[in-house]
Design a protein around this ligand. Structure first.
Ligand SMILES: [Fe+2]
Ligand SMILES: [Fe+2]
Length: 272
């Protein structure tokens, strides 16, 4: 399967018409700048299954709010339109994630929390948005596993046989990686570049990209979470940390140590 065939396939399985009608309606509302948080909140709450799923997600520990968030409207205010939109669109894929590769859900949650820690450390705007990219960074793996078995199975075999990094095995088998697939997915949902880019390039950092800083955050969080062994990304190796990414974030070894300490503390809380 070549690149364009892959892209068509991904777009087919994740296209808006196949998503529940309420999701399509809500995302349209979220795109309308005149809509208020209260209006969107009410619309989401009309679909009880969807609203339960979104609330379950925001309370699943990836933000670490000390009080549970009990209404969609409250979530909208705390997390912002982009985050809620992303969660609404991804509920179906995230649903699949818990039954997918062992450890991927824990890996994703831990990555989301770590992204927030790094974003706060760097004093970046919108740590909630950065955190949601951490939650979804490996979403492409779920899409591949559930829809393109003919490429996914050989990847798994290669990872095991050669003890390879997952994305390296993907490159060998299908020339693209789950990062590209995840990026296509978010792009198709018309999410903004600051959400698409960090997912699309978390294994392929380049300092000249528009959202290099946010991409660096996801790249580093993914590696730290693997290094600490929280969950699993499907392989046993740890990718090489990009020096360029460290430069763009302005982080040194001592900073990373500090971030890791905070991370292990938070993870201990989260696992409880
Ligand atoms: Fe990844
Ligand atoms: Fe990952």
């Amino acid at each position: 399967m070549d690149r364009s065939e892959m892209r068509r396939l991904v777009e087919k399985v994740t296209s808006l018409p196949t998503l529940p009608g309420s999701v399509t309606r809500i995302t349209k509302m979220l795109d309308d700048t005149d809509t208020t948080a209260a209006e969107v909140g009410r619309e989401i709450e009309k679909d009880q299954v969807l609203s339960a799923k979104v609330l379950k997600l925001v309370n699943s520990g990836f933000y670490g709010f000390s009080q549970p968030i009990s209404t969609i409207q409250h979530a909208m205010v705390l997390l912002g339109f982009n985050v809620v939109k992303t969660l609404v669109l991804s509920t179906s894929v995230l649903d699949m994630m818990s039954n997918s590769m062992a450890g991927l859900w824990q890996h994703s949650l831990a990555c989301a929390r770590t992204c927030a820690i790094i974003a706060r450390f760097l004093d970046l705007d919108d740590p909630e948005e950065i955190s949601v990219t951490g939650l979804l960074h490996d979403l492409g793996k779920v899409v591949l596993e559930s829809n393109v078995k003919e490429v996914f199975d050989p990847v798994i075999t290669l990872v095991k046989e050669k003890d390879m990094l997952f994305y390296k095995a993907e490159e060998e088998v299908m020339e693209i990686t789950h990062a590209t697939v995840g990026g296509w997915l978010l792009d198709q949902w018309q999410l903004p570049g600051q959400l698409v880019e960090p997912i699309m390039y978390h294994h392929d950092f380049h300092p000249s990209r528009t959202h290099a800083l946010r991409t660096g955050v996801v790249h580093l969080a993914d590696i730290l979470v693997r290094a600490e062994g929280f969950g699993s990304g499907g392989d046993r190796r740890i990718p090489v940390l990009s020096e360029e990414a460290m430069k763009v974030m302005g982080l040194d070894v001592d900073d990373v140590k500090e971030i890791m300490e905070e991370m292990t503390d938070e993870m201990r809380d989260m696992m409880r």
